[in-house]
Design a protein around this ligand. Sequence first.
Ligand code: ZN
Ligand code: ZN
Length: 416
Amino acid sequence: MEKTYKAILVIADGLGGRPTDWGNATCLERASTPNLDRLAREGACGLMDPIRPGVRPGSDTSHLSIFGYDPYEVYTGRGAFEALGIGMEVKGGDICFRANFATVEERDGKLIVTDRRAGRLAEGKELAEALSKLDLGKFGVQAFFQASTEHRGALVLRGEGLSAAVSDTDPHETGVPVAEAQPLDDSEAARRTAAILNEITRQAYELLKDHPVNVRRSQEGKPPGNIILLRGAAVMPHLVPVTEKYGIRAACIAGGALYKGVARAAGLEVIEVPGATGDLKTDLVAKARAALKALETYDFVFVHIKGTDNAGHDHDPEAKTRFIERIDREFFGTLLEELDLEEVHLCFSGDHTTPIDYGDHTPDPVPVLFVGPSIRPDRVERFGERTAAEGGLGRFAGNLVPQLLGYCNRGPKFGA
Ligand code: ZN
Ligand code: ZN
């Protein structure tokens, strides 16, 4: 039996930058990163196209690609991953919808939409409790609703004979009735699912119209959240868990719900770390300590750090640079105090580039760093976009987890 190693993958969201970030340097190049530079000297660097060259990645599709899935095959739309992203338990085969609380008025027996966002209400969680009484027993189907921010939420349908080939109940305009969901193909499953959605419209109105929150909002002259509008039906794909594929135990440490959701779909167990907030204020020392502890019991630990992307979206080079310095000092400083790089392979990268001037994700490749006993060192001495381009790993697309676990002597062989 050959020796196996443990692995840790650290993703700083939107890590990549452009020379336009800050005086002809990227934020990563501008930042002082002695720990990452040490790892670059000991290991090997390269550039990764998160999905493939020229594709602007979303964080969800990019993480699927990093975990070794083909997002063109398994990504069914925002509905499914948004439901995961707000922390819902979603199973393969579930039908997921993006949802809004909205305001309707009854006119001539019709429910006319007067505000598609119910005044961006703040009481979604209270209203969502009422929706736990949605009863689809006569269809043999379960419905789960969860509120997220403001008027937003997600709905998940679970049961046999369901289809995502249904139209939205959200009419996408005001002054018109709530749309009747229609089947979008000839299947019985699509007809049945459309009927279920129309039943949900009826029941949601009954459950919400006299809800104390809405009575109070009406008294205050605010639009009540007395209906939910559904859009973007998507089936949750059946992903082969990486834990199953590689026969490993794996854990995820992340602040943001979307990353916990994708990790859970890939078979990872989520470890909740107090202080891991998924923004620039996150406790990076706590995350490093949690990762060290997780490595005692798990074969593979995935750590997601979000703040770099937030600073990129905010067009704030100083915030992004300082946060990268915190990642180096607080996260890697703590991690490297105890991490045994003779027994563990480490990979650090981003899930895409979020340049300061553009303020959103771009297709540019991101720098990658691998270090550990199996890695052939290269001549790169500093971790950054330009130096990584000269590294021994060259340029490749996604697949960080399969590569990392490959160095750990884990994973199935393709062919004889
Ligand atoms: Zn991202
Ligand atoms: Zn982003």
